[in-house]
Design a protein around this ligand. Sequence first.
Ligand code: C5P
Length: 271
Amino acid sequence: MTFEVFAPAKINLTLHVTGQRADGYHLLDSLVVFANVGDRLWFEPGPEMSLKVSGLFAQGVPTDQRNLVWQAAELAGWTGRITLEKNLPHGAGIGGGSADAAAALTALGGGAKAATLGADVPVCMRLAPTRMRGIGDQLDAADGIPPCWAVLVWPGVGVATPDIFKHLKNKTNSQMPEVLPTFQDHTGMTEWLGGMRNDLQASCEALVPEVSQALKALAGCEGAGLARMSGSGSTCFGLFKTLSQADAAAQKIARAHPEWWVKSCVLGQVN
Ligand code: C5P
């Protein structure tokens, strides 16, 4: 019997880099939410493992053991036919292979070993707003984060996470407050988020000028409360008060930049 799983985009509303371990991995303090847009996976159990990749961003995605979904299935001791619909850009700071691997582990089991597939895989298994600390291994529910409208913009250029960390000038930045606020509405949350940061943003902007253009395009739209980059980039998000503002912003940006991937969505609610 075939079963289907959704692998939502992961958005870092904040990403503070607070230190670096002796092994090179960075210590983070990040508020992570999930979107109602994402990749889709289908699993059909059988004796042989195979992986077929379709969708807008299928090109360049490995269809063998190099794919994290394949590795996740092996970790779960599962074999069969996997179909992956790649709707999200990869090398984009919104989960990519980690989100797909997390969805596979959720569907097939084996989640206890999630971190062996990548630092972001454990958080991507949660789907609810989460505060992520350590190198991605300390996860706490972030209950006071209401769903909000957003526009995601990937400006057509992928980035490699290690490159962005390598170009980071200051690796010891402040954490978020120990206790995160509980927000009643969009305005309060957007204002508070404005006082937080993505410490990887400047590093990515220096390497990828399109990120600055995407942020500027989002900030210039009516109703944009906050424009920030997610993860190590290059996807940026804007937060909006209403669905119609988010839709209008997405249409405006997509018209001006047909080479970009632009999506309006809900953050903090995956279905
Ligand atoms: O674990 P993952 O393969 O997703 O990480 C990709 C790269 O990102 C790592 O090799 C490392 O260079 C960098 N990274 C980091 N600190 C983290 C997470 C990732 O330096 N907490």
